[in-house]
Design a protein around this ligand. Sequence first.
Ligand code: PMP
Length: 420
Amino acid sequence: MNIDFNKATFKDFENIPGFDLADRAEVFYDFLKFMRDNGHMNYRLRTESACAPQMDVILTGETKSRNYISYVSNDYLGFTQHPKVKAAAIAGIEKFGTGAGASPLIGGHFEYHELLEQKIAGFFGKPADWSTIYTTGYTANSSTLMSLLQKEDLAIVDMAVHTSVHEGCILTNKKTFPHNNLESLEHILKLAQGQYRTKLVIVDGVYSQDGDVAPLKEIYLLAKKYGAYLMVDDAHGIGVVGATGRGVLEETGLLDKVDFITGTFSKTFGNIGGYVIANPKLTAFLKFQARQQIFSATSNASALGIVKAIELIDEEPIWMDRLRDNIHHFKNGLKGLGLDVGNTQSAIIPVKIGDPHLTGDIGRMLLEQGIYTNPILYPAVPKKDARIRMSLSASHTREQLDKTIDAFAYISKELNLVQV
Ligand code: PMP
């Protein structure tokens, strides 16, 4: 079997008919070399400085780091570097040490975990017994869904939800609808009537590749009409969208209505971990049934930094204001060049290119201009939908944003990206 390396993405090597694991590893090894030789290997780059709008990064094949304006961190409010967040995390480590030692079920449940549960539930206006915390946002989705849905049940998911949701559905039946397509969602709900024990609709608030939002009101009404539960993962909406940063659910007045809110501590909250907000009975079920809760260790006490970050969203609204100014300025700058930023309504800014190889070239040219971005290819996005993806932060300066807009202007002209 011949794979055209010029058109290939990582996904093409996942499973190749007739290739055992060693064969697949070998051809994939050749592909990695091909990417390096073409200057397209800006993945797994080593960073030698803090997670921030400027980072010291070593490119593949080089030995010394260079300083780049960076858009690869989902540190939307800059809280990974906030002195109060760092101080709280350090104090936590000083008091409790660096590890929790066990899963929550059998000894790894400490007072700082309970404090975090209480804080994140409170952030959504709920008492502490409404929240379950996980070690990642990934498992908050995957482990939760695996415990909730079995072979008698049905997950109905937007095709653009995060991989962790798809993985959580491997024990159940899954039907996928085209992104934000309400007619298709209703069609699936209609056909599923009387067929399954539990139906759960799962969508994101803000979508991670396009930065666009779900029509949550309509989705909620459809779920209720057909007797389905609703889960919303707003990993990218919290701290970014909504009057007080409670995300797309706040914006749509649905904070109290959905059955499950899931999210992460790795973006706006500047640390690592995830959470699920659900009523106390569902929460108790997850705490004793989700496999992550039973078989995997909990976060260490740097989680106290998350507690501070949650407080800061209300205490220091200036960060959200700065982020919103940055989004406005950057989006308009790129649009002014005639580039396609899609329908983003968040801090995720895609510049849609289409062709994967050209997208890789643009990623390389941006690096040459001192700008570090993520070229995103299939399967993270559909095959013809490759793009440069950037995450904005409250801590990006106007100067950094303008330099980046200038770099895009130059590349766009060089490559004739905008046909007029
Ligand atoms: N949900 C969405 C929508 C995401 O984009 C991500 C991570 N990119 C996750 C969940 C997983 O979060 P984490 O990085 O905390 O595992």
